[in-house]
Design a protein around this ligand. Structure first.
Ligand code: PLP
Length: 299
């Protein structure tokens, strides 16, 4: 039931800088899996949904910020597969296009202040003590079941690549990718682009989910000021890439990842004649929270 036929091709994109440096860049289009259950959020939800069904649970409950790709994916997946959904949203009650979409998909929204939000499990337990049909999914869909789903990104690859690049928030997606590459003994060099500022311990969190120690790089220089922060240079870059490829990237995760790839190419860090694969982890609705940045005069 949860194996709906997904479409995530490996598409090459063409930009002069790639050609000049004699490298080829392919994008694993997980953003095309579903308009709302997009990218790595589907990967991370899949085995959670399977588990919920196995346990006979009918109501999925999770947590996120007001522009959470995970919450939107959960709302749409719940609607598609017949679960009730509740989303605890951090902060004061507000309405934005993301949350309106969640409501259209039938999700109940529950706004909680930042202090209460810190104690998620307690909040969940307090509200749902009497209920037996609820299933808790952690913020962003983190955890071992999520990691398992992310391995499938690598299982599906049709070509061999010299380099792989993927964005990381919690690093769960990264850990699934690393585990599968290690298992298959691929020679692909792994580059994880951390989108948070000063999250030096992300490698410890990734390592907790690894089957065995394995070599990978974390790039810490492409956060553009921090999570959900941006700079005009990034906005311009996203606009440039969209215009030249027809593919959208978001300012929070995938735009930063693609920027990192191009920057590494410019710096000569990528060997000539190599093939790169970037995992497009979806989340293009992140743009909706930053439309004003794209509407500046003259651009
Ligand atoms: C949530 C998200 C990520 C981060 O995934 P982690 O598994 O938390 O590292 C990356 N890209 C997009 C588009 C996301 O929505």
């Amino acid at each position: 039931m949860f194996d709906f036929e997904i479409h995530s091709p490996e598409e090459e994109i063409h930009l002069p800088i790639l050609k000049d440096n004699n490298v080829r860049l392919f994008i694993k289009r997980d953003d095309l899996i579903h308009p709302f259950i997009s990218g790595n959020k589907w990967r991370k939800l899949k085995y959670n949904l399977i588990e919920a069904e196995k346990q006979g649970k009918k109501h999925l409950v999770s947590f996120g910020g007001a522009y959470s790709n995970h919450i939107l994916a959960l709302a749409a997946a719940g609607a598609k597969f017949g679960f009730k959904t509740t989303g605890f949203i951090r902060g004061e009650e507000i309405y934005n296009p993301m949350l309106s979409l969640c409501k259209i998909f039938g999700m109940s929204l529950c706004f909680v202040n930042r202090e209460a939000y810190k104690h998620k499990i307690k909040l969940y337990n307090d509200i749902f003590t009497e209920e037996t049909d609820t299933y808790f999914i952690d913020e962003g869909g983190a955890g071992k079941l999520a990691e398992k789903g992310c391995r499938e990104i690598i299982k599906e690859l049709k070509r061999a690549y010299n380099y792989i690049f993927c964005a990381a928030g919690t690093g769960t997606t990264a850990s699934g990718i690393i585990n599968e590459i290690a298992l298959k003994n691929l020679e692909t060099e792994i580059n994880i682009v951390c989108v948070l500022k000063g999250y030096e311990s992300i490698s410890e969190d990734i390592n907790l989910l690894l089957d065995k120690p394995y070599r990978y790089n974390i790039l810490h220089d492409y956060h553009f000021g921090g999570y959900a922060k941006t700079k005009p240079k990034l906005i311009e870059f996203i606009q440039y890439v969209s215009k030249h490829t027809g593919m959208l990237t978001d300012p929070i995760y995938t735009g930063k990842t693609l920027f990192a790839i191009i920057d590494q190419v410019k710096q000569g860090k990528i060997k000539p004649n190599s093939k790169i694969i970037m995992i497009h982890t979806g989340g293009v609705f992140g743009i909706l929270g930053m439309l004003d940045k794209f509407n500046k005069k003259g651009s």
